[in-house]
Design a protein around this ligand. Structure first.
Ligand SMILES: [Zn+2]
Length: 297
C-alpha cells in the first residue's frame, strides 16, 4: 500500500506550529510528504459566518469543538483581528521543509475567499488568486511552484482553464480514486489532477458513532476496503498537526509498522502522467463535510 500525506496549511497558526510538528515527526520516521501553503492572508475567522450560511456547518463546528481545534485567535482573524499573511510570514519554515526533501506547493491565495466565493468569482478574480499565489511562492521560496492544491477541494471549468495557463506539473484540487485529466461538461483540461482518496479526520469525526479515539481507525478501514493500492490523504496543520497531533503521530507510526510505503503526491503524479484517463469533475456532498466539493465522477 502506498500513501501520500497531503498536508494542507489553512491558517497562520497552522503554518507556525503545525508545519514544524509534522516535519519533526516525518524526520524521525524517515517519511517524505507534500505540503501545500496558502500565500495570501489568514482570514479564517470569517469562517465563523458560514454557520449562518451553510447547512450542516453549525453541527460540525459544535461536534469538532472549533475553539480547541482552531484556537480563539484564529477564529477572530479577518474579523476583529487583522489578517496576517500565511506563507510569506514564514519563509524559513517553508525553505526548511523543502530542504528536508518534502514537496512544497501552493494551497491557493486567499483560502476563505476561494472556499466561499469561487463559484461566483469572475475569471479575472480567479486569475488574480493564481497570480498572487504563484508570485508570492516564488518570492518566499526562491523557485517556482510545480503544484497547486485548491482550497476546500473546489475547482470549476473556469478555474481549471485558468490553471492550465500556469503550467503546473500537476494539481490536487479534488476528491476521487486515482490520477486523471479533468473535464467539466465535456471540456477537457491539460493539467494532471491527483485527487485525495480518503475521508479527512474532521469529516470522520462528524460521522455518527465515531469518537476521537476511533476516528483514525475508520480512515485505515477506508484505505483497506477501497480496493486501491495508492492513496492520497489530506491532513491539516490545525487538526492533525496541532490539536490532534498525538493521535495522528500514533496512527502514522502504526501504518509504518504495518509496511505502508509513504510517497509524495508528486511521485504519484509522475507515475501517472501521460497514461491517466479523462474523467469528469463535479460538485458532490461528502459525509461529514458541509458544502459540496469537486469530485472525480
Ligand atoms: Zn485548506
Amino acid at each position: 500500500m502506498k500513501l501520500a500525506l497531503k498536508v494542507d496549511v489553512d491558517t497562520y497558526d497552522g503554518m507556525r506550529d503545525g508545519v514544524p510538528n509534522f516535519s519533526a515527526l516525518f524526520r524521525e520516521l524517515g517519511i517524505k510528504a507534500s505540503f501545500y501553503i496558502p500565500f495570501g492572508p489568514d482570514a479564517s475567522g470569517r469562517a465563523i459566518f458560514r454557520v449562518f450560511k451553510k447547512k450542516g456547518f453549525l453541527k460540525k463546528m459544535l461536534r469538532t469543538n472549533p475553539v480547541k481545534l482552531y484556537g480563539f485567535k484564529t477564529m477572530l482573524r479577518g474579523t476583529l483581528l487583522p489578517s496576517p499573511m500565511i506563507g510569506a510570514s514564514f519563509p524559513d519554515i517553508a525553505k526548511r521543509v523543502e530542504a528536508e526533501g518534502h514537496e512544497l506547493g501552493i494551497h491557493g491565495y486567499h483560502h476563505v475567499e476561494w472556499q466561499d466565493h469561487l463559484l461566483e468569482m469572475s475569471g479575472t478574480d480567479i486569475r488574480r488568486h493564481y497570480e498572487l499565489a504563484v508570485s508570492s511562492f516564488e518570492k518566499t521560496v526562491g523557485k517556482k511552484s510545480k503544484a497547486f492544491a485548491a482550497p476546500a477541494w473546489l475547482c470549476t471549468g473556469e478555474s481549471l482553464a485558468i490553471q492550465d495557463e500556469f503550467g503546473f506539473a500537476y494539481a490536487s484540487n479534488s476528491r476521487g480514486r486515482h490520477p486523471f485529466y479533468p473535464s467539466v461538461e465535456g471540456k477537457k483540461f491539460k493539467t494532471l489532477e491527483v485527487p485525495s482518496t480518503l475521508p479527512t479526520l474532521d469529516e470522520v469525526l462528524a460521522w455518527d458513532g465515531v469518537r476521537p479515539e476511533t476516528a483514525s481507525s475508520r480512515i485505515t478501514d477506508a484505505m483497506k476496503n477501497s480496493g486501491l493500492t495508492t492513496h492520497v490523504h489530506s491532513i491539516h496543520t490545525e487538526v492533525e498537526g496541532t490539536a490532534l497531533f498525538a493521535d495522528f503521530s500514533a496512527w502514522v507510526r502504526s501504518l509504518k509498522a504495518e509496511g505502508v510505503q509513504f510517497v509524495t503526491v508528486k511521485e504519484i503524479a509522475d507515475a501517472a502522467r501521460g497514461n491517466a484517463p479523462v474523467c469528469e469533475v463535479a460538485l458532490k456532498n461528502l459525509p461529514g463535510r458541509a458544502g459540496g466539493v469537486s469530485c472525480q465522477i
